[in-house]
Design a binder for this molecule. Structure first.
Ligand code: MN
Length: 736
């Protein structure tokens, strides 16, 4: 049994590395995986268990911790066998189960993509779903082993897997600084995606191999001699660059293989940073450095924490080579990236004992955050055009279309946001949504990983509802809904626009002909990029621009045109008198007395619309006087908690003012209900300002009603009457 021998090797390796390693839990994991995967075979015909053993071994070689290695051994158990998460937790504890579960969840993300944007969203999604970076490391190692054994798959799957790897996994490995994995994955993808290029490149390089190896040996010997003289203990190594990076360079620079400078690279690994610079000096003395090719990634680490000195030199016979100089610690970071640092971090904090699990965990995330912060500071547009901000992903959710495309939406988004993210035509026609196969209300909050399917109406006349504007979260959906109303209700909007312009003219005391003149309208239309007066009326009627604003501009033009005349003086006087009157109106009209003070600016808050008879409190706003709320208004409760700006207010006896109230009525579907309510209100002689009815998916009727009343008793009477109607379930005052 080959895999048993491999497992023995792994145990041996761990023992040799650290005699204190307790490998009993790993043995337990091996036994479970071995027996549970018993029936499964790899595509190669080998027993399946060779895969988890290989993954665990690779993780051990990367110096990952024991829970990661054990999780690597178990990573396919939940997905492929009958073992449940609970059973695993029972046997292996919370931490290992958490890691296995994380890897299992990532497996369920469909990753075959076509577009670049999709790939970026998927990568972000991976990082947001795997809150423990070890999950990503295990996943990458899993993928690497699968890629190494890809030859057993058919050509189609080979191409799909390779493309997926290149789009999702290698960029992840790169960002996490896991260079070794990244290179190997890239070369494997290259081999399956571009077999002709790959084979020809490998052939060319192999042909020159002997010659190159001799060359590298010559350079290394020379350098080693000088370092010995300088008494520097160093590890030297030389290698050709990996295939995919050579290929990319040839394509990008349109060059043949022999025109690529740094085909060969040597590496010098020393103990201290000081020695790095000393070695650099020595090498620069030995060979001529190529101008502009020196890079100090020690002083300026790459965003993924990579550190090294890079320089390209003209070697013997004029053949250039690249030298990389780094310490052992930097070397480890360069090879396994974030995994190395994560480990380092853990060692630093585990000394305090096992009882500080959470802070240790936070420490790990903290480190990732630092990594990301570094990334923001360092400008390296070629390599990290896109910063990767894991801690910011909490503001986003990633959800799937039925085809498996991923959409990125702001947190709190609803199926409506999703529908508009697909296409405005889908949003405008939507009537419902299925989330993970179940019908959900339109205001349902989507979560990362949800599959969402939008149900659309066949009817030509179907359009969005204005209520949606307060439900949706994304600005994209909001603006698309607005767009629809602007376009579809153009005639209505224009008519309404005309009305509000007329009303505003009347209010300000002007005649239509006085202000609405082409020569004054023209600049306004130009400024807002409208092609006609009707376009302007459309947006006024729609509410995007206020009529007052437009009239004020026109008014200024008018006053300019008559400047100096008697009429102009008169107008100025009227205006100032009007302003005075307006101000007086505000203080007296509400029928509110503020704690002894008379001349105080008072506003009835629009969130709870208090009416005489309601118990009320005042809240001192900054610069806008006192706003009056009902004492049971939730907004005022939260305000009073924060600051002591509550002031006593009371109703000033009998008042002639009218008050606006919003009422919401919930009822069982009843086609007659609207009519009955309207009749009732007419009987009570209450002016109705607005009424809005809609039926919910589960066939409830929701009616929002805005009416004008003079005091609380009138309201109470109305509420009582509506509550008495058949099928009405609930009547309440609305608080916004
Ligand atoms: Mn696997």
């Amino acid at each position: 049994m080959e895999y048993v021998a491999q497992f023995e090797n792994l145990k041996q390796y761990l023992k040799e590395k650290n005699a204190d390693n307790d490998i009993s839990i790993l043995e337990k994991a091996f036994e479970l995986a071995d027996s549970m995967h018993q029936e499964q075979k790899r595509k190669s015909g080998e027993p399946f268990i060779i895969h988890p053993v290989a993954v665990a071994t690779m993780l051990a070689e990367m110096d990952m911790d024991m829970p990661s290695i054990v999780a690597g051994m178990l990573h396919d158990v939940i997905e492929d066998t009958s073992v449940t998460t609970d059973e695993m937790r029972e046997m292996f504890g919370q931490e290992i189960t958490y890691l296995v579960d994380g890897v299992t969840k990532l497996k369920r993300i469909p990753t075959s993509t076509k577009e670049e944007l999709q790939a970026e969203n998927l990568r972000k999604m991976f990082l947001s779903m795997a809150s423990d970076i070890r999950v990503i490391v295990i996943k990458l190692v899993d993928r690497l082993h699968n890629m190494r054994t890809l030859q057993y798959m058919n050509t189609d799957s080979q191409i799909t897997k390779a493309r997926e790897t290149l789009e999702i996994y290698t960029p992840l490995a790169h960002r996490l600084g896991m260079t070794k994995i990244k290179w190997e994955l890239e070369d494997l993808c290259f081999k399956y995606l571009e077999p002709e290029y790959y084979n020809s490149l490998v052939a060319q390089i192999t042909q020159r191999r002997d010659q190159q190896e001799a060359y590298i040996k010559k350079v290394l010997d020379a350098i080693r001699g000088r370092l010995d003289e300088a008494k520097i203990k160093a590890f030297l190594d030389g290698r050709p660059k990996h295939f995919y990076s050579i290929h990319k360079k040839m394509i990008a620079q349109n060059k043949a293989l022999n025109q690529i400078y740094d085909l060969l690279a040597i590496r010098v690994i020393v103990d201290t940073v000081q020695e790095c610079y000393t070695v650099l000096g020595i090498i620069h003395e030995m060979y001529t450095p190529m101008p502009g090719r020196f890079k100090d990634y020690i002083a300026m680490p790459k965003p993924n924490m990579y550190q090294s000195l890079h320089t390209t030199l003209i070697g013997p016979d004029g053949q250039p080579f690249e030298a990389q100089i780094r310490t052992w610690e930097m070397h480890k970071t360069a090879e396994i990236g974030i995994a190395a640092h994560w480990k380092y971090k853990e060692k630093g904090s585990s000394g305090r004992g096992g009882n500080e699990k959470t802070s240790e965990y936070d420490g790990k995330l903290e480190w990732v955050r630092n990594l990301l912060d570094n990334q923001k500071e360092i400008e390296d547009p070629n390599e990290f055009a896109q910063t990767f901000k894991m801690d910011l992903f909490t503001d986003e959710v990633f959800v799937f279309t039925p085809k498996g495309d991923v959409k990125c939406l702001p947190k709190g988004s609803t199926p409506i946001d999703f529908a508009y993210a697909i296409h405005s035509a889908v949003g405008n026609k939507m009537v419902g949504a299925r989330v993970n196969g179940e019908i959900k209300p339109l205001n349902h909050k989507l979560r990362t990983g949800d599959f969402v399917e939008i149900i659309t109406s066949q009817s030509q006349n179907h359009g969005p509802s204005r209520d949606w504007l307060s439900i949706v979260k994304s600005s994209e959906a909001k603006s698309k809904i607005r767009q629809w109303f602007k376009k579809e209700c153009r005639d209505e909007n224009i008519e309404r626009g005309r009305e509000v312009i007329d009303r505003e003219l009347k209010k300000q005391g002007y005649k239509y002909e006085q202000l609405i003149r082409n020569e004054w309208l023209e600049p306004i239309l130009k400024k807002y990029r409208f092609s006609s007066y009707e376009d302007l009326l459309n947006v006024i009627g729609f509410g995007e621009i206020s009529a007052q604003k437009i009239i004020n501009i026109l008014k200024e033009e008018y006053i300019k045109s008559i400047s100096g005349s008697k009429e102009a003086e008169l107008l100025a006087k009227i205006d100032s008198a009007k302003n005075k009157k307006e101000k007086q109106k505000h203080t007296s009209d509400n029928g509110i007395i503020v704690n002894g003070q008379n001349n105080c600016l008072v506003r009835l808050s629009r969130c709870c619309n208090p009416v005489p008879g309601d118990s009320i409190v005042g809240y001192i706003t900054r610069g806008r006087g006192v706003s009056v709320h009902r004492t049971d208004c939730p907004n005022v409760v939260s305000m009073s908690e924060t600051e002591n700006r509550i002031i006593d207010v009371r109703w000033a006896g009998k008042s002639r003012s009218t008050y606006i109230v919003d009422i919401s009525i919930q009822a069982v579907d009843n086609s007659n209900l609207l009519l009955q309510i309207a009749k009732l209100i007419a009987e009570l002689k209450l002016p109705m300002k607005a009424i809005n009815a809609r039926t919910t998916r589960d066939n409830y009727e929701l009616i929002d009603l805005t009416i004008e009343i003079t005091d609380r008793s009138e309201l109470d009477r109305l509420v009582k009457k509506i509550s008495g109607l058949e099928n009405v379930l609930d009547v309440s005052r609305t608080v916004k």
